[in-house]
Design a protein. Sequence first.
Length: 773
Amino acid sequence: MAMRSKPRIEPYTHAAAGWGALKYVAINLLKERVAGRDYRMLFRQNQPDGFDCPGCAWPDREHASTFEFCENGVKAVAAESTSKRVTPEFLAQNTVASLMAQTDYELEQHGRLTEPVIYDALSDTYRRISWPDAFATIGARLRALRDPNQAAFYTSGRASNEAAFLYQLFARMLGTNNFPDCSNMCHEATSRGMPLTVGVGKGTVTLEDFEQCDTILLFGQNPATNHPRMLAELRDCARRGATLVSINPLRERGLERFTSPQSPLEMLTNSSTEICSVFVRPTLGGDFALIRGVAKHVLELDDDAVAAGQPRVLDLDFIATHTHGFDAFAADLRAEPWDVIERESGVPRAEIEGLAAIYARGQRVICTWGMGLTQHKHSVQTIQLLSNLMMMRGNIGRPGAGLCPVRGHSNVQGNRTVGIEEQPTAGFLDKLGAAFRFDPPRAHGHDVVDTIEAMLRGDVNVFVALGGNFAAATPDTPRTWEALRACDMTVHIATKLNRSHLVHGRTALILPTLGRTEIDRQDGVPQGVTVEDSVSQVHISFGMNAPASPELMSETAIVANLAHAALGSATVDWRWYAADYARIRDKIAEVVDGFEDYNARVAHPGGFHLHVPAREREWHTPSGKAEFLVNPLVPDTPIARARARHGERVMVLMTTRSHDQYNTTIYALDDRYRGVFGQRRVVFMHEADIRMLGFADGDWVDMSTVWDDDIERRADGFRIVAYDIPRGCIAAYYPETNPLVPLDSVGDLCNTPTSKSIPVLLERAAMQQPPDA
Ligand SMILES: Nc1nc2c(c(=O)[nH]1)N[C@H]1C(S)=C(S)[C@@H](COP(=O)(O)OP(=O)(O)OC[C@H]3O[C@@H](n4cnc5c(=O)[nH]c(N)nc54)[C@H](O)[C@@H]3O)O[C@H]1N2
Ligand SMILES: Nc1nc2c(c(=O)[nH]1)N[C@H]1C(S)=C(S)[C@@H](COP(=O)(O)OP(=O)(O)OC[C@H]3O[C@@H](n4cnc5c(=O)[nH]c(N)nc54)[C@H](O)[C@@H]3O)O[C@H]1N2
Ligand SMILES: [Mo]
């Protein structure tokens, strides 16, 4: 894994995956000595009797007979099975200040945490603490809170349903709904937007629909890097003759051609399959205007059909039977001038009409989307508009068609389902309270951005994290760090050392936990945990590997012990639940709709599918119908305001992922498909913009944010890479660019940081670097 390439830029000209992925993977395996230890593990991933891949939330085929070879999965498994260890001895020898000087990449290389540790201010190091003392320390602090809302409980989407359910029960019995989670920074716009249109915040398709669709529109996603197994599905669709369109400012190489590692013929002959045949390239944040244009032209095509006496383009039956509000929606679209649509989307009218024609030709259309749609100011509106577009032709709730938000973390969807939600419904709280005989707090809690603001005000001062890397994943880095450092106590349940452990409160503990690939025994019996993928399939996962250290506890056991220490076990016998996870599943079945007979159904190979009402054309909206919502196009955005002040020098920055990172975990320094090797501090720019700003390809620049407050936000030392990206747009990697994202730059109605549209100015770097730095 720790292979380092020489810093260089070398455009990638091959198909995605194929030999490149296999070679990389082979090197990983050797480096990590996984091959020597237990190579079989890799073949048990996403198998009926193996573990759920920690790589991403993309579903797998039921009863899959062949191992799906996925670079992402192998990297995640190899990273978890590294032979390197962060022991208490290592931590005693390395001060927090010295570790802070290391990059995220370097921190990742130190390996797995082995024992609980607590911060010692005198030596500025973490020191060994026994598990009982760790729990007692944390329990005492939680019991001493004046108000339970002074604590916040973060979750990253790798936690199992069992751990997450116990965790939310613990926090709610303590008395708070403060559940910031990674979802708040990820698909929140999906979860908040879709319920108002189609009555559910989840995707409406399954893998079977991918087998039947004839058209796929992929919005703002880079699956070759982030969901490689999805690419195999897209390849099959393309080979069947389906039309695939990528809607993305970048022409991501991995969406052009793909060599399937599953296809011996493609691998041997070095051949590949074309994935997307059409690339529509809006400006950053331009999708709302673009989809309006597409929907407007669908109306025009329908007018033409009426005039010519041909079959209608609109699905009038569906609109009449299943929806509400179509006329107002149509009137709003008809009133929108094309020049506004073109200007705001950055796409010429002819191309928008072409996309509308592809959509209108499709008999069974799937729309997928990722962070390119969700991390903007108008993300909720955009996603609602996308479901309106699909409703125009009845593309929801029938075979081969539907909405497909592509989730990130492997169990981020399940975490929400079992109650990690700062805005719980009354119905859920009623059932939770009845099942455990307590009165859950009713006031809504803090999400990620609210939590940071509450910490800055001093209202939240205890932070507990079930996984993740809050300090690196969140926006406005200096302010977030100030907030975390103002805390009385920070507690991290984690597999590996990361930045969040170093940006800590007065009392700080790290509690090391088992990863999903590892055997989890309770009372001598191996336990399985359950997860829900991006298409609402719930299945069980059993670890196969020996734990990285004999001292590790499972997440579920850690949560149970924390709850016992803080609340005692008079009402809930926490450790009894943690001794057999089936007991927790029985309680989930009692509390959460759709989990009846949980233990029996999850024992079935491949698990079970949760009911998604919209998939069956049941609409859980106030009107009982799918809603055509009307959201106006608002040209007055922070970007427009920044340009009014500083003119065309303002660039719109998207912060995105390289190929060799998993969110804040930096595996290696390459971004193969974008041709970047051995470095991460790069900024992709259009050649004409480079010239306009008086720079040259390869120059080093500093970036600063244009915002309406007096706070200086900067990220310094990025090397310009001339790139095929729309004018006025630039791209750089996260988390390095998070200092540029203002805390109050959030999406409407979802409070998600607008990580894909930050107005910035570039200047020549104060510190010029050597050409190959
Ligand atoms: N290897 C790897 N796999 C991962 C992750 C990882 O970090 N590494 N992270 C996991 C997680 S948590 C998540 S959420 C997913 C993320 O997976 P993605 O959703 O693919 O997220 P990003 O890599 O941020 O890429 C966003 C894509 O959207 C495009 N884009 C940016 N702005 C816009 C826009 O305004 N409009 C449109 N149409 N497109 C835009 C970008 O060019 C890019 O192709 O992946 C998961 N899987
Ligand atoms: N600027 C910008 N910011 C972003 C984004 C962006 O595109 N741009 N993307 C956002 C998105 S989509 C997301 S999802 C968030 C991600 O935010 P997080 O989920 O908080 O971050 P991760 O990097 O996924 O967390 C990695 C850490 O999780 C721990 N870990 C790994 N496996 C396990 C496990 O099995 N159990 C436990 N307990 N711990 C484990 C390890 O210690 C590792 O260091 O970041 C968001 N932030
Ligand atoms: Mo995510």
